[in-house]
Design a protein around this ligand. Structure first.
Ligand SMILES: [Zn+2]
Length: 305
C-alpha cells in the first residue's frame, strides 16, 4: 500500500475575507467562513500558526492561462465584477474586490503545486469557483481558480493526468467546459442538475434527485469513483469539497447529514492516500451557518489521522 510522503499542508490568507464582506453580498454565504476555520484550528491547537501557509496572490497573467484577454479586461471594472457576485451595486466599489479572488486563486495554485511537489494532501481554506468559464463568470464565480491552478500545475511540471473530483452540490460545469478538449483532465462531478452538456470522454456526471440521503449518495460515490481512479490513473487529484450537499444548506436540496459529509470527504481522502496520489483540496460552495464547520471537521480528521 502506498501512502503520502509528507504531512498535510494548509493555505489561508486574511485577504480571504477582507474587502468582499464589507460590500454586502446578497446571499447567505458566510463571509467569515474561511477565517472561522483558521481561528478554530488555532484555538483548538490542531495546528501551530506556522503550519498555516500564506499564499502569494495570483496575477493577471495567471488568470490569462484560462480566461480570455477580453474577459479579463471586463473583470478590471468593479461594476462588472459586482454584478457576477450579486453585490448591491448602488454602493460605490473599489477595484480591490478582485483582490479576494487573486489571493484565493493564489492559494489554490500553491495548494496544487505543493501537494504534487511534496507528495501529500494540501488544503486551501477557500476556493472552488468552478462555474467560471473562459469568457464568462456565473454562479458567484468570476474566475475559475481550479482551472487556473491546474494550468499552472501543467506549466510547472509538464502535462500530467489530473482527476477533478467535484462533489459540490452544483455541477462543475465551468471547469469541465474549460478542459472539454483536454483528455488529460478527467472531470468527475456528482450534483443535482447539469448546467451544461459536456462532450468529452474523460467526464462523468452523476445526477441525484432532491432529498438524496447519505446512503444513496455514498453508494454512488463508492460505485463509480474507485473505478475512475483505477482506469484513469491520475497523477494529481483535485477535490472540491463543497458542503452545500448538507441538509442545512440554504441553496442545496440534498439531505446529507453532518456525518454523511464527513464520510464522503474521508472516502475521497482515503482513496487518494491509499493509492499514493497527491491531492489538492478546495472548499467549494456552502451557504449555511454550519458550512465552515463541515470543512473544518474534514481538516481535523485528516490532520488527526
Ligand atoms: Zn455549489
Amino acid at each position: 500500500m502506498k501512502f503520502f510522503k509528507s504531512k498535510p499542508c494548509l493555505y489561508f490568507s486574511t485577504e480571504y475575507f477582507l474587502g468582499l464582506c464589507e460590500k454586502g453580498p446578497r446571499s447567505s454565504f458566510d463571509c467569515n467562513k474561511y477565517r472561522k476555520i483558521r481561528d478554530k484550528l488555532l484555538e483548538n491547537k490542531v495546528v501551530k500558526p506556522s503550519h498555516i501557509l500564506e499564499p502569494r496572490p495570483a496575477s493577471w497573467d495567471d488568470f490569462r492561462l484560462v480566461h480570455s484577454r477580453g474577459y479579463i479586461e471586463k473583470l478590471k471594472d468593479p461594476m462588472f465584477l459586482a454584478k457576477i457576485l450579486f453585490l448591491d451595486y448602488v454602493n460605490p466599489f473599489d477595484t480591490d474586490i478582485i483582490d479576494f479572488f487573486k489571493f484565493v486563486t493564489g492559494g489554490t495554485i500553491q495548494t496544487f503545486l505543493t501537494a504534487y511537489e511534496k507528495k501529500t494532501v494540501c488544503f486551501n481554506l477557500g476556493g472552488g469557483f468552478h462555474h467560471a468559464k473562459k469568457d464568462k463568470g456565473e454562479g458567484f464565480c468570476p474566475v475559475n481558480d481550479v482551472a487556473i491552478g491546474i494550468a499552472r500545475f501543467f506549466n510547472n511540471f509538464g502535462k500530467k493526468r489530473v482527476l477533478i473530483v467535484d462533489l459540490d452540490y452544483h455541477h462543475g460545469n465551468g471547469t469541465a467546459k474549460i478542459f472539454e478538449n483536454d483528455e488529460d483532465v478527467f472531470t468527475f462531478s456528482i450534483h443535482r442538475d447539469n448546467w451544461d452538456d459536456i462532450d468529452k470522454e474523460n467526464n462523468m456526471d452523476i445526477l441525484l434527485p432532491d432529498g438524496t440521503e447519505d446512503n444513496e449518495y455514498l453508494l454512488q460515490l463508492k460505485l463509480y469513483l474507485p473505478d475512475v481512479v483505477d482506469r484513469f490513473k491520475p497523477e494529481l487529484m483535485v477535490y472540491i469539497a463543497g458542503s452545500d450537499v448538507h441538509i442545512g444548506d440554504t441553496f442545496g436540496t440534498f439531505n446529507i447529514s453532518t456525518e454523511g459529509v464527513l464520510k464522503r470527504d474521508m472516502f475521497v481522502y482515503n482513496l487518494a492516500k491509499h493509492c499514493g496520489i497527491p491531492m489538492g483540496i478546495v472548499a467549494g460552495g456552502g451557504y449555511g451557518k454550519e458550512s465552515w464547520e463541515l470543512y473544518y471537521n474534514f481538516i481535523i480528521h485528516v490532520l488527526g489521522g
